[in-house]
Ligand binder design. Structure first.
Ligand SMILES: [Zn+2]
Ligand SMILES: [Zn+2]
Length: 105
């Protein structure tokens, strides 16, 4: 039996994962707490993905479904948790703009 550092509960050794960095060779945090912790770190990401459903295009002034906006992955510092950005203009406006740009030249 072992006490988890996070929840201070006495748990079976089988509830702890192997961890070679510790003296006991078993993780100090139980699997349950570990999964909670993992969920916690991903929560921001999940929340962001769920929340963005629609977006206002400043070009056509229409609220459109997020699928109408192109996604782009930016290179961001590791501490930024959400590497996915959406284009500010909708796909339709972007294609219109690129057409205009091309015809000008
Ligand atoms: Zn625990
Ligand atoms: Zn638009």
């Amino acid at each position: 039996m072992k006490v988890c550092e996070k929840c201070s509960e006495l748990k079976n050794v089988s509830d702890f994962r192997e961890d070679k960095r510790t003296k006991s060779k078993i993780s100090n945090i139980c699997n349950e707490c570990k999964s909670k912790y993992r969920y916690g770190t991903n929560f921001h990401k999940l929340y962001q993905q769920e929340v963005i459903i629609e977006k206002l295009c400043p070009k056509c002034q229409k609220v459109k479904s997020i699928e109408q906006f192109g996604k782009r992955a930016k290179k961001v510092p590791y501490y930024r948790k959400n590497p996915i950005y959406y284009n500010s203009y909708c796909k339709q406006c972007v294609s219109e703009l690129t057409k205009k740009y091309r015809s000008r030249k």
